[in-house]
Ligand binder design. Structure first.
Ligand code: NAP
Ligand code: ZN
Ligand code: ZN
Length: 347
């Protein structure tokens, strides 16, 4: 079995530490990927710290993977040795249910297999991308187009697709007013993507500290949610609000910012329930929705869109020894705008 250098969380509270892990042998439909860069998503932190439920440890997080194919199984047709590829939040699904058949594998009715902390179809526990190598079935590996550097492409595999998918589904484009709540990893990609799709984009951030960045990334307007006038001035304004906040916020206050028939889509996934005052929905025929990553076909479409529009993530590349510091900085909303691990520093 191939081995890999990795960083793992030993428990819900301990710092991540270097480990060596085994990857499965490359099966007929598998590819072996030498990982070059792995993004740090806030979901990694939620998972490691047990926000979403108990986990098995040691746990190697990481579902924003960019690397190079170094070996392929005998029956692989989609990828070849030397290809630049990516892996996102899932590494398998049943492929048979109604949702999988539609290409919405993230909503697999039998449960998609997460890139880490999930039980794979062969009974082993999956381990993620803070690792030098990974073996993945070819259908869950996407191609990183020429023109997109691997380091800025890595975060697209989660932050990119998680914002691209609802922007497309809810029709972001010319004539649409889109607000993005939270300017972190997901939020900054939502701004870039919505702007590239032609929508009018507003950032709603806790403060004005990142205003210059927000406008540079493509926002037309930027407001601080700590200023109560924001909620008065913007009432009834937006067709679509993408909430990327990792903590509980007053959703009813944000729903009031929607125009008639507007939708607020939660992609942020705080541990606690979000209470909603139904009058903020009723008065304006508004919708409150959620969205999870995107299917494999749509992930490829998003990467191609990013290459075409020259979009990558704004990143800070770090060595593995800084992963624990990076976690603290993400938790303090001090990320500009995605930490990406240089995986050559793992072992
Ligand atoms: P992140 O980089 O930490 O960004 C979150 C942003 O939310 C922060 O930068 C901050 O922006 C704002 N924020 C944080 N705490 C806040 C608070 N208490 N009140 C108001 N605003 C706050 O995180 P991320 O990686 O983008 O992930 C965001 C969330 O999406 C996480 O919950 C993650 O698990 C979830 N997620 C969901 C999916 C999905 O498929 N649905 C996929 C990936 C991630 P400002 O400083 O601008 O206010
Ligand atoms: Zn993620
Ligand atoms: Zn399925």
């Amino acid at each position: 079995m191939p081995t890999a250098n990795a960083y793992a969380a030993p428990s819900a509270t301990g710092d991540l530490v270097p480990v060596t892990i085994e990857r499965r042998d490359v099966g007929p439909h598998d590819v072996l990927i030498e990982i070059k860069f792995a993004g740090i998503c806030h979901s990694d932190i939620h998972t490691v710290r047990g926000d979403w439920g108990p986990q098995q440890y040691p746990l190697v997080p990481g579902h924003e993977i960019a690397g190079i194919v170094t070996k392929v199984g005998a029956e692989v047709t989609k990828h070849a040795i030397g290809d630049r590829v990516g892996v996102g939040c899932m590494v398998n699904s049943c492929r048979e249910c109604a949702n999988c058949v539609q290409g919405e594998e993230q909503y697999c009715l039998n449960g998609m297999i997460g890139t880490y902390g999930a039980i794979d179809r062969d009974g082993t526990v999956t381990q993620g991308g803070y690792s030098s190598h990974v073996v993945v079935t070819e259908d869950f590996v996407v191609t990183i187009p020429e023109g997109l550097e691997l380091d800025v492409a890595a975060p697209l595999l989660c932050a990119g697709i998680t914002t691209y998918s609802p922007l497309r589904h809810w029709g972001a484009g010319p004539g649409k007013k889109v607000a993005v709540v939270g300017l972190g990893g997901l939020g900054h990609m939502a701004v870039k993507l919505a702007h590239a799709m032609g929508a009018e984009v507003t950032v709603l951030s806790q403060s004005l500290k990142k205003q210059e960045d927000g406008l540079r990334l493509g926002a037309d307007q930027y407001f601080a949610t700590s200023d109560e006038n924001t909620f008065k001035d913007l009432a009834g304004s937006f067709d679509l609000i993408i909430n990327t906040v990792s903590a509980s916020i007053d959703i009813s206050a944000y729903l009031q910012l929607l125009a008639l028939d507007g939708a607020l889509v939660n992609v942020g996934a705080p541990a606690e329930p979000l209470p909603v005052n139904v009058f903020s929905l009723i008065l304006g025929r508004r919708s409150f929705a959620g969205s999870a990553i995107g299917g494999i076909r749509e992930t490829q479409e998003m990467l191609d869109f990013c290459a075409e529009h020259g979009l990558g993530s704004e990143i800070e590349v770090i060595p593995a020894s800084k992963i624990n510091d990076a976690y603290e900085r993400v938790l303090a909303s001090d990320v500009r705008y995605r930490f990406v691990i240089d995986t050559s520093t793992l072992g």
